[in-house]
Write a protein that binds this ligand. Structure first.
Ligand SMILES: O=C(O)C(=O)Cc1ccccc1
Length: 288
């Protein structure tokens, strides 16, 4: 059955690449910001939305995780890891002078992933964060009169007819991004066209205040059950300094006994626990 899928657009973003691998036969609806993508599922404009969650070089996309936590109603139902190659591109008019462009636009994570190139080769340029790499490329296409360039992918260069003047400018080769699929309920989304790498469960834990050793107790509840944790991260709760929640990735899917019992044990020490999703994760082979 055909349905609409929201993504951080416009066309030519890395998120669009993730959508193309997960949903090759569905209508992709572009949104300008990550919160707009998340709202689109929440309000039922699309059935699923795909948003970036974490990058190997830059870490968590805080906007995604913070907005997701705020919108507690949505669930993560799938994940795909996509290789990320960053290229520097300009309008054909500026091809000969690309090394002297004055301003470079891109998504903050893309700018951060290309630190070496930007600080060595493009020292004179001002960096301008943009909502997405695709939007940055579109802006460069629309302003041939300006001395500007964008950091984006091959899809964006093609879509907006820009010239890639320096390819593969990301700092390290193993640059990958995790994208998650959001949905209104927790039915996991399985696809056949990508290799299944495994299952994960992501939970959010708020520790009780003034309880010495609470985090240690949380971790030991997983440890003695031999539940493998693949990530733990704290984010501010935004209610004042010193208040954090923890996001924990478990290396297995939700079951009827082990994970629910662990959660019950953690809740018994006064923690607040929410399951953000239990889902399959895939690896995209796209190397372009
Ligand atoms: O801006 C994009 O293209 C996105 O999809 C977000 C992003 C930015 C940098 C690396 C991976 C994803």
């Amino acid at each position: 059955m055909s349905f609409a899928v929201g993504y951080l657009g416009p066309k030519g973003t890395f998120t669009k690449k993730a959508v193309d691998t997960l949903f090759p036969n569905n209508q992709a609806m572009s949104y300008q910001t990550i919160p707009a993508c998340i709202d689109a599922v929440k309000f039922g404009h699309v059935k699923y939305s795909v948003v970036p969650l974490e990058n190997t070089l830059e870490g968590t996309v805080n906007l995604t995780i913070d907005y997701l936590i705020k919108e507690k109603t949505l669930k993560i139902v799938s994940e795909v890891v996509v290789p990320v190659r960053q290229h520097f591109m300009v309008h054909p008019k500026w091809k000969a002078d690309w090394q002297s462009v004055q301003t470079i636009y891109s998504h903050p994570h893309a700018l951060a992933q290309c630190h070496h190139f930007l600080s060595q080769t493009m020292r004179q340029a001002t960096l301008e964060p943009y909502a997405s790499t695709g939007a940055a490329a579109q802006y460069v296409r629309d302003h041939p009169e300006l001395s500007i360039g964008a950091i984006a992918n091959d899809l964006a260069a093609k879509e907006y007819q820009l010239d890639i003047v320096k390819a593969d400018i990301h700092d390290l080769d193993n640059n990958q991004t995790r994208f998650v699929v959001l949905h209104k309920n927790d039915t996991a989304l399985r696809v056949n066209q990508l290799p299944l790498k495994g299952f994960k469960t992501m939970i959010m834990v708020v520790l009780p205040t003034d309880h010495a050793g609470a985090l240690h107790q949380v971790l030991s509840a997983f440890a003695w059950r031999r539940i493998n944790l693949t990530k733990i991260e704290s984010r501010p709760m935004k209610i004042g300094l010193g208040h954090y929640y923890f996001l924990i990735d478990l290396d297995q899917k939700m079951d009827d006994i082990l994970i629910p019992n662990t959660i019950a044990e953690i809740e018994a020490i006064g923690c607040n626990v929410e399951v953000l999703g239990s889902y399959p994760y895939y690896l995209s082979a796209d190397k372009s």
